[in-house]
Design a protein. Structure first.
Length: 128
């Protein structure tokens, strides 16, 4: 019952969980929600992951810390997979969410775009 290329995937779900700093059930949940691709499996059914899944999980964790919902994170990840999407597309979506969070924390109405204009005209193009 081999569903993928087992020879290049060598990390167990437990190792991935420990290295990414999350629980095994969280990994399974992310798979069910489509945030992580289904891993290769051994004939015994055990999941085998590539090293790169750890970086993806860390991305998800950081995005959650910034206030992104899982739905929004999934959209960002899909933009990344879409060959017609650019880094600018992803940055714009992320910046819009961050600006919303700033407004929320500052207690300003979201329709007040003064801060957004300042951010986009000064920092975002300089790699902030």
């Amino acid at each position: 019952m081999n569903h993928g290329r087992v020879e290049s995937a060598s990390l167990s779900i437990g190792k991935v969980a420990r290295r990414a700093g999350i629980g095994v059930e969280t990994i399974r949940f992310y798979e069910r929600e489509g945030l992580l691709a289904a891993p290769a499996r051994r004939d015994s059914g055990y999941r085998l992951y590539h090293e790169r899944v750890i970086f993806r999980i860390r991305f998800i964790k950081r995005a959650k810390e910034l206030g992104f919902s899982l739905k929004e994170i999934k959209e960002l990840l899909q933009l990344r997979r879409n060959s017609s999407s650019t880094c600018e597309d992803i940055r714009e979506k992320a910046e819009a969410k961050i600006v919303d969070r700033i407004f929320l924390f500052a207690g300003r109405p979201r329709g007040d775009h003064t801060m957004q204009r300042k951010l986009t005209s000064t920092g975002s193009r300089k790699g902030i």
